[in-house]
Design a protein around this ligand. Sequence first.
Ligand code: F6R
Length: 240
Amino acid sequence: MNIYTFKQEEDFVSTGASLIASLLHTKPNAVLGLATGSSPIGIYQRLIEMQQKGLVSFAKASSYNLDEYVGLPEGHAESYRTFMNDKLFNHIDIALENTHVPNGNAQDLNEESRNYDLMLEQHGPVDLQILGLGHNGHIGFNEPDDSLDGGTHLVELQEKTRTANARFFDSLDDVPTQAITMGVGSILKAKQILLLVRGEDKAEIVKRALTVQSRLNVRHLYCNVIQMWLYCWIKELGGC
Ligand code: F6R
């Protein structure tokens, strides 16, 4: 496991973007595991700039996103498909048909979850999985006490998760009650994981994740991966 800490957001963004670009230089048909949320936005923006300057190409790459809400109409501003199209896919040379986000409107959501894992088995493993870290240590929509070997599955969103995400919707009632998420087991199949942690408010969870006393046992979870990169932009490094 490698941990990199940055005091300036610019360094966090440029290092993360360079890492992804280097992978695409050595393996143009890389399989990328992608996340939504605020943590990767700057890196996606930098990759757009790099692609538009001809410094990187996604033309042969494919991508698999971690998760999607259930039941949001196609094109809904808060769906993770819309997020990815707006923040990355629509501005780079990736073929949209090579980008995958779980379908939260599938008739049979369990079947959709199984098929997502089958697709990952067929076309994976993911070369580089990007993750964000929730304040309680969640990854994707997997809460810290979820099984470590689970595949993609349907989750009932906990009230605290819905409340935390309500700021993006008109009201709490508009926040979906379910989502499809890659499981920790599916995530850990990635060859490399880049866990992006950004902001002072994540210092406490990073500390807990990296210490044996952690009730969340996030350390055990992440140590299973071949290599993990933790980009941590925390002004007060004492917490990291
Ligand atoms: C995103 C996702 C979430 C976020 C996490 C951190 O697809 O599944 O687990 O990565 O909630 O969110 P931010 O980056 O907004 O702090």
